[in-house]
Design a protein around this ligand. Structure first.
Ligand SMILES: C[S@@+](CC[C@H](N)C(=O)[O-])C[C@H]1O[C@@H](n2cnc3c(N)ncnc32)[C@H](O)[C@@H]1O
Length: 288
């Protein structure tokens, strides 16, 4: 069973932004580079299944279950024209890797590598094994939660060749960084620190807010004072401290308008020309 059911209203938007960037990136760089790569570190299966549950008839007529299949990031990357010279899919789940193998078999002439395993380990191995001079790549980091280690971003930055689209789960960070710090266990704390590469978030997000009411002024209990805005800014500042250029993120919301994710574009190449091009393309897509 390799159906990959995921996503909400913002998933199509996320994928359309990345698709637009991939197309513009390849169009702009094709004449200058003979090696343009795409690395999808949380690749899925190549498609996304959207199920609409059946409803029973009552006052309104019932509806049958509806299954819709849309393209996932792996298929989108394969469809890009001008084409990538090499595509790497990384995926932890065995059945999803098998689905990716089936997808690969439909493109016999293409250089497609499928790596099964944890993305952090796979990225490290891929970066170590390759010479990056004269190559340019786009990487898509699209985890469900907080699976990307800061040390992985540091490795990517060092290549000076990879533009990264990184989906950061604001909802995940908000949930893990519980309002009451007593409810946060060591595992949660370590997961946030591993993702952000610092424990500075504790000082930045927690405090004793000063309150005044009829009883006078007093300090409330020590608690998370950072809202989604502040959490996003912290991530943005961390990324800006690492990469030569990071664009202001695109905020992705759920159907009720609640911010769920921030989609960042980080550029690892410090050359002015590379930054200029990626920024122009990225901004035109993010701000559209
Ligand atoms: C949000 S989905 C990615 C969807 C994909 N970008 C698409 O558009 O079809 C996240 C994927 O990452 C995989 N995954 C989860 N943890 C992982 C890890 N540590 N390393 C690699 N893949 C992982 C999941 O099995 C899942 O397929």
């Amino acid at each position: 069973m390799s159906d990959h059911e995921f996503g909400n209203v913002s998933t199509d938007l996320k994928l359309s932004l990345v698709e637009a960037y991939l197309r513009a990136f390849n169009t702009a760089l094709r004449p200058q580079f003979s090696e343009l790569w795409y690395i999808d570190a949380f690749a899925g299966t190549g498609e996304r299944v959207i199920k609409q549950n059946a409803t029973k008839a009552d006052l309104l007529p019932g509806v049958k279950e509806k299954i819709e299949r849309r393209r996932g990031s792996a298929q989108i990357a394969l469809d890009i024209v001008p084409a990538f010279d090499r595509i790497v899919f990384m995926e932890k789940k065995k059945s999803y890797c098998l689905a990716l193998e089936r997808l690969k078999s439909q493109y016999p002439g293409r250089r497609i590598d499928i790596v099964r395993g944890d993305a952090n380990v796979a990225i490290e191995a891929e970066i170590e094994a390759m010479k990056w001079v004269g190559k340019r790549a786009v990487m898509f980091l699209d985890p469900y939660g907080m699976a990307v280690n800061w040390s992985t971003l540091e490795r990517i930055r060092k290549t000076e060749a990879i533009d990264v689209w990184y989906l950061v789960s604001l909802a995940g960070l908000f949930r893990q960084a519980t309002k009451d710090p007593a409810r946060m266990d060591e595992k949660k704390r370590a997961a946030i620190t591993r993702m952000l590469g610092t424990d500075g978030w504790i000082e930045a997000w927690y405090n004793r807010p000063r309150k005044s009411d009829l009883l006078g002024e007093y300090d409330e209990a020590y608690q998370r004072v950072a809202d989604v805005e502040a959490i996003e800014k912290f991530v943005y500042d961390r990324l800006r401290g690492l990469f030569p250029k990071v664009l202001p993120p695109k905020r992705l919301k759920n159907a009720s308008g609640v911010p769920m994710f921030s989609l960042f574009l980080a550029i690892s190449n410090p050359a002015g020309k590379a930054i200029g091009l990626a920024t122009r393309i990225g901004n035109s897509i993010i701000k559209a």
